[in-house]
Design a protein around this ligand. Structure first.
Ligand code: SF4
Length: 323
């Protein structure tokens, strides 16, 4: 079967899952427009994935396993996991490791999720304590099967971390909650320091890159977060190399600035498996630097831009003055 066929099959599998995914998902299946023949198989020399180098990596791995936690580092096959875990940091992924969506770039498993685990917030807080983290990033799969999209579970996790150590900077990387006010408010009432929601790509490519999510809905999520909480820092991220054009990227930066987004990450899209979207282009480190400068000139307070930058990579380098 062709590479393209595999990709379509991934979506088709989702359409046959025994839970509701909504009509939009089927519509998306028919509009796959990134030509797989464009895939750049040869990685350039600047895409280097480091291997585990010190004992901290293995102690981080053991701790996460011991506490029965999931990390986006593993589930999304993040290229930085060796480096981050070797430094004793990890991005916690709550609400299970089965996602109700099937984004074309993402390695997280699409399947009917299990029930939420009541004690997971406490286990996350315990991991933060044992790892001695001063800045923790908490993310989750999209839980479209839950009425609140997992918002209360986010809030409970933030509260558990705060109860353990009020000084820890808590960053949440949330799904879109369909931009429902009450879900966003539930998360914000738990007072995270940083509210991150990724745009992932430019507006034109959103229907083929993201499953169910809409570009304008994601902007609304970030706009509402700022409207509901003046003190929360809003953050977003965009992957490059999916075929976006520079004017489209700059338009996305402008759209984010217009709704007050303060922090931006730009990183290279890497195809996790042949069933995922092709890498249309490897953006050079020099261009990442230039885009970072442009983003700063547009008013972002903090920008991380580089081939291996991910939304939580070196997240603690940004110190929000919030409390
Ligand atoms: S919603 Fe998030 S976790 Fe789920 S498939 Fe898309 S990117 Fe992956």
């Amino acid at each position: 079967m062709s590479e393209f066929g595999h990709w379509i099959c991934r979506r088709f599998t989702l359409a046959r899952l025994p839970f509701s995914i909504g009509a939009n998902s089927f519509a998306l299946m028919s509009c796959a427009k990134i030509d797989p023949a464009l895939h750049q198989a040869q990685k350039p020399p600047w895409i280097k994935v480091r291997l585990p180098s010190n004992p901290v990596f293995f102690s981080t791995k053991a701790l996460i396993s011991d506490l029965r936690l999931h990390t986006v580092c593993e589930s999304a096959q993040c290229p930085n996991r060796w480096e981050c875990w070797s430094q004793g940091t990890a991005t916690m992924m709550i609400a299970g490791e089965r996602c109700t969506r099937a984004c074309g770039f993402c390695a997280v498993t699409t399947a009917k999720p299990f029930a939420l685990e009541e004690d997971e917030p406490q286990r996350v807080a315990e991991a933060v304590r044992r790892m001695g983290l001063k800045h923790v990033v908490v993310t989750a799969v999209a839980r479209d099967d839950l009425k609140d999209g997992g918002a209360n579970h986010f809030a409970r996790t933030i509260e558990a971390i705060r109860a353990m150590d009020p000084s820890v900077i808590v960053e949440v990387l949330v799904p879109d909650f369909h931009a429902q006010d009450w879900c966003i408010q539930i998360v914000l009432e738990a007072a995270p320091d940083i509210f991150n929601h990724n745009m992932e790509t430019v507006e034109r490519l959103t229907p083929v890159v993201r499953s169910r999510a809409k570009y304008r809905t994601s902007l609304e999520v970030l706009r509402k977060a700022k409207e509901f909480s003046a003190q929360v820092v809003t953050k977003s991220g965009v992957m490059l190399g999916l075929g976006e054009k520079e004017p489209e990227l700059f338009r996305t930066m402008d759209d984010l600035r217009e709704i007050g987004c303060q922090v931006l990450t730009l990183g290279q899209y890497l195809r996790p498996t042949p069933q995922h979207l092709p890498v249309v282009e490897f953006v050079t480190p020099e261009r990442f630097d230039a885009y970072g400068e442009i983003a700063r000139a547009k008013g972002f307070e903090h920008v991380a831009s580089g081939p291996l930058v991910r939304s939580s990579y070196h997240a603690a380098d940004f110190h929000p003055v919030v409390r």
